[in-house]
Design a protein around this ligand. Structure first.
Ligand SMILES: [Zn+2]
Length: 213
């Protein structure tokens, strides 16, 4: 920062480090404070079992209640833990959960985490979950669990429910049958196995992405 000095310099003083620190502190105050942990947190534990490992993973997400008792009371995730007997994944799981928990505690919008994680693919290949949904990696499935949790506490919308998409889902089932919909291909945008061919367009029944021609 530079200041134009208009009058004659008659004296000067070297700024003390304390003054500089005080200035920095006043800037920090404008950032939202970190969330504080209550003694007891409410949470949910989700189980995922992938064909890539013998043991299941248990994902626990604990929430804090913000503005308790006020009109704008809401829950937000505060920490995530992943437990598994599978030691092969131990190091990256510890890393991932610490970083995700740190982002949760920062406050602000955290929904971007879901898209980031869901976009991770495993170079060894993904897998199909029960019910036929394709998962490009274990990390993507962890992203899906976080999404499920955020939807359940009202921080995120679930499967898009626009009128247009609902109509498309009904149309797809009528024209292609249940088998046709179950054999849908993978969407470039959201990775769901939900792309079907309707009226000369490839349409994703999950996110609505559409390519015609
Ligand atoms: Zn899609």
């Amino acid at each position: 920062m530079s200041i134009k000095i208009e009058s004659k310099i008659t004296a000067y003083e070297v700024a003390k480090p304390e003054d500089e620190a005080a200035k920095k502190e006043s800037n920090v105050a404008s950032i939202a404070p970190l969330l504080e942990r209550d003694e007891v947190l409410v949470g949910s534990t989700y189980k995922i079992k992938t064909p890539h490992s013998e043991h299941a993973m248990y994902i626990t997400i604990n929430d804090v209640i913000v503005n308790q008792g006020e009109a704008n009371e809401h829950r937000r995730p505060f920490e995530i833990f992943i437990n598994t007997k599978n030691m092969e994944h131990f190091m990256w799981i510890v890393t991932l959960t610490r970083i995700i928990s740190a982002i949760f505690r920062k406050g602000g919008d955290i929904t971007f985490l879901v898209e980031e994680l869901k976009a991770v693919f495993d170079p060894r290949g993904g897998y199909y979950k029960k019910g036929g949904k394709y998962m490009p990696s274990i990390v993507a499935e962890i992203g899906e669990v976080i999404q499920k949790h955020l939807v359940s506490i009202g921080m995120m919308e679930g499967q898009l429910q626009t009128e247009e998409l609902i109509a498309k889902r009904i149309e797809a089932e009528e024209k292609l049958g249940k088998d046709g919909v179950a054999n849908a291909s993978q969407c470039d945008k959201c990775s769901a196995m939900a792309v079907v061919r309707l009226d000369n367009c490839n349409c994703c029944l999950e996110c609505g992405d559409s390519k015609c021609g």
